[in-house]
Design a protein around this ligand. Sequence first.
Ligand code: UDX
Length: 474
Amino acid sequence: MEAAHVLVFPVPVQGHINAMLPFAAALLDAGAHVTFLHTDHNLRRVGRAASVASSPRLRFLSIPDGLPDDSRRSVGDLGELDRSLREVGSVRYRALFASLLSAGSPNRAGADDEHRFPPLTCVVADGLMPWAIDIAEELGVPALAFRTSSACSFLAFMSAPGLFELGDLPFPAGGDLDEPVRGVPGMESFLRRRDLPSSFRRRGDTDDVDPSLHVVAKASAHCGKARALVLNTAASLERSALAHIAPRMRDLFSIGPLHAMSPALAASCSLWREDDGCLAWLDGQADRSVVYVSLGSFTVISREQFKEFLSGIAATGYPFLWVLRPDMVWASQDGVLHEAAMAAAGDGKARIVAWAPQRDVLRHRAVGCFLTHAGWNSTLEAVVEGVPMVCWPFFADQHVNSRFVGAVWRNGLDMKDVCERGVVERTVREAMESDEIRRAAQALAQLVKRDVAAGGSSATELERLVGFIRELSA
Ligand code: UDX
């Protein structure tokens, strides 16, 4: 596939980069040239990684996202970033094609003597940016959509227009959130209203939902126009959802968990500096004794929620490692929460970091359970390591993911909608101590490892996808 030159373009936030970077690595392994497109802001943040691009067939380029440098960007809300990318970033994205379509562009701007790239032959763009797919096709380059969420949530968002037609959406304010949801195929027996994000509920006094639901539902349907949809998931996790999505796409490839296939490159694009010291701290803890707490890259909690989590976790008596990003708790003062957490835990029983090497943490023998927001990357990372989960979903695909954890895979517990110290204590204790949950988590890990191993369903799908891109590039 030397002649194939693929542009890989994620939504510029950590969770999407983390999913699409190992995909770029898989394309490199197959012999393709890969241009990985960041925003200027993010490329500055991951500069270290960009400078150690491991192959002359890989390069990192960037376009502006159109936001001022001091903008909070994604934290808590993707709307502003999405709008700005569409209005400003898309203009520069279109302009970039002129240089990418000409043969022999150098692998770094201004580096004329370096390895040269063939003309661009294919685009794999984040399915949440339909404009990136349309512009590529308009300029004559075939485009595939990549969605970084679970298949089950993708299917739920695709089903939203049908739920409106049934008259079931928006879910009424104050209505019973334990009501079953009809109209999301294959999930009728266990999906409740509370298992869909709050954007499915009536917004304030209006008759409608949060506009983000319409945006995501439309983007999901739009994936059907791309040459194919690529999902970072495995058949053993989401066979039924995949079967329901496939007929609505031109082609569908489920090739995950990608981080378990191409681990090396995946480690190298953190937007925050990882605090490796927590691994040495874990070395000093007993096997399966530590609660690892991380709510991903853009969950924001209130001070009250922080206190409930902290009191509940500390009351279990287990040592804990907590990722407390500086921008994670509303109106917090630097250092105050950190001190509160250390004091609540008692001497040496807690470690607080701003950002952890999460995959290494989850692989560590000392970790007993993972209190998570059930972001799809975090979910896949816990599943691969067989670590029991306690889920407190925040938004997007996380409510559906956590329902699958608690009621379908049973590799953890779903604490959604409740953030109360007694419940936190009880749930974390159960996840740490239940043999049944641990056994289910380990069995699931084995199934998924089989999917990614040679001859497994994800590995076979990845080979098929490489062939598909090769043909598009010929
Ligand atoms: C979001 C959505 O939640 C997710 O469901 C979607 O599909 C992708 O974008 P995010 O909320 O950040 O991402 O969560 P998650 O998907 O779990 O991604 C977080 C990533 O950051 C994971 O790969 C995790 O390993 C990494 N991480 C997190 C670290 O490396 N260190 C940390 O301290 C915390």
